[in-house]
Design a protein around this ligand. Sequence first.
Ligand code: PRT
Ligand code: ZN
Length: 283
Amino acid sequence: MKTLKIAIQKSGRLNEKSVQLLKNCGLSFENYKSSLISTVSNFPLEILFLRDDDIPEYVQDGIADIGIAGENVIAETGVDVSFLQELGFGKCTLKLAVQNHSQIQKISDLEGKSIATSYPVILKKFLAENKVNSEIRTISGSVEISPGLGLSDAIFDIVSTGGTLKSNGLKPFADVMSSQAVLIGRKGIENDELVRELIQRIQSVLRARETKYVVLNIEKKNLPEIVKLLPGVKSPTVVPLAQEGWVAIHTVIEERDFWEKINSLKAVGAQGIVVMPIEKIIL
Ligand code: PRT
Ligand code: ZN
């Protein structure tokens, strides 16, 4: 039987969540920090642990069939791959930033200035789209210290909390690209049966992440009010309680309007509300 190969980051910001996602998909494997390859025992899959920068090209060239990488790295390497699934972690934004006291306030102010970055390809494209000519200084790390050292007038870098910019006396002034971790595949691999199976499993894990399983007790006479509040995928499950006139309701609530929903459920008499995480939702 054919074995699929997936490339994930060996260590760094995407490693833990990539490993966790695969484990939540029911895949069994040893996560040896020292080895480059791990074999999944209950699915025809091999996991290659690589530097994130190498993953897009390895996938494009077929060394791995699929891979998990940040959209920023995929855009920077300019590969031709299929986007299979957004994964909702590793979220960040590529921003232009300058020193707090800088005169540069808008993109056109960058004309003739120098910008330090580890993402020259994305930056070059952005500047061309905005018809601005700047000098791009490519450096591989610690981009944020470059203006303070007098090495550049601005920087173009990844920002998530903004803490690093702040502690280096920098302020962002333009968002260029938002990014998250995505599952990519070699062109055409999306039709592969094993890949389709894996994507389905990933989607069921992602869906579950956005929802909570809720059990609550309610007087039977309040049932119509409650059902109105819980449109859900299907009607909620209603289970009679030993106490006459009372029922328990089992339902699924979306994380994003969770507190609002819980408060309105309480307002119509819901009691003993128990909230549980959901592992998978298979449609
Ligand atoms: O060793 P390897 O090459 O595999 O890893 P790496 O060191 O190149 O990458 P790594 O692990 O730092 O990041 C992997 C991916 O995580 C990136 O390509 C992004 O897609 C994503 N990501 C999400 C981030 C951040 N958030 C992030 N904050 N990557 C880097 N950062 C940096 C940022 O550059 C800044 O210097 O973290 C610093 C702190 O950011 P603030 O704004 O939270 O202070
Ligand atoms: Zn890297």
